[in-house]
Design a protein around this ligand. Sequence first.
Ligand SMILES: Nc1ncnc2c1ncn2[C@@H]1O[C@H](COP(=O)(O)OP(=O)(O)OP(=O)(O)O)[C@@H](O)[C@H]1O
Length: 292
Amino acid sequence: MSVLDVSHISKSFGNQTILNDVNLSFSGNKIYGLLGRNGAGKSTLLNIITNRLLPNGGKVTINGDTVDNNDEALSHLFLMSEVNMYSNGSKLSKIIDDTELLYGSIDRQLVTELANKFELDLNQRFGKLSTGYRSIFKLILALCLPVEYVLLDEPVLGLDASHRELFYSEMLKTYADQPRNFIISTHLIEEIATIISDVIVLDNGHVLLHDTAENVLAQSSVVVGPKADVEQYTQDLNVIGKESIGQLAAFYIYGELNDRPIPDTVKISPVDLQKIFIFLTNYTNGGNGSEK
Ligand SMILES: Nc1ncnc2c1ncn2[C@@H]1O[C@H](COP(=O)(O)OP(=O)(O)OP(=O)(O)O)[C@@H](O)[C@H]1O
C-alpha cells in the first residue's frame, strides 16, 4: 500500500511561522478533508508536498522516497490549485497531450466524457476560458491522471452550484472505479462533509485534529436547555463553544459525555462538521462562542 508521509515539516515566511513541526500520513485510498481558517497554511502544505515550495525543515516521502527533486516520486501526485501552470495561448488538447507525456498516461475516454458533461470545448485556448472553466479543465486533468494522490486546493473555486454538484458526483464515480487518495482543501465544509472519510484541521501552524469524519462526528454534541441546567450538566465536559439567547443556552461538546443522568429540561443533539470546525478553531484562538 502506498504511503505519503509528511514528517516534521516546518515553514516560515520572514519571521512568520506558518507550519510548525507538522506530521501527517496519508494512505489507504481515502478522501481527506484538509481544513483550516484563512492563512492556516493549507496551500503552503500542499505546495510543499508537491515540491513546489521547499520547507525550512522536515521531509515529505512517498513509500520512503523523498519528493524533493524526485520526478519518479512526484509522478504519483497531482496538485490542482488556482495557480495557472498553463500558457494562455495553449489549446486545451495540447495541454492534455503535454500532461500525458509528463504522467505517462491519461484516461482519454474519461477526458472526453467529462468535457462533454461540463460542456467544455477542448479546442479552446486556455486563456479564453472563464475562471470557472479554468477550474473545470484542471479538475478534469486531476480526475483523469493515473496518480495515487490527487491534491485539490479549493477545487470548486468559481464553479456554479450545478457544476459543483456535477464535480463531486463525477469525482466519487472515478473514486469508485479507481480508488486513490484525495486531499481536498476547502472552506465549503458542508459540501464535502458527506464525501470525506478523514478530517484534518490545521491551526496555528499545527495539526489541531486528524481523525476519521465518523469519529469526529461521534465525539461532538450540543447540549441545549435552560442556562443553569446546561452549565451544571456540562461542568466537567470539554466545552468548545457556547451560544445563549436569554436564559436558553447551547453548549457544544467535543469528547465524551459523562454518565450523569441527563436532566429532563436538557436536550442533546449531534453537531455538523462545519459547526465543530468553527468552534474548534475559534476556541484555540481565544474565543469560545457567542453570547447574545
Ligand atoms: N510566498 C509567500 N511569501 C510570503 N508569505 C506567504 C507566501 N505564501 C503564503 N504566505 C503566507 O503564509 C500564510 C499561509 O498561507 P496559505 O496560503 O498557505 O494559507 P491557507 O490556509 O491556504 O489560506 P486560505 O484558506 O486563505 O487560502 C499566509 O499568512 C500567507 O500570507
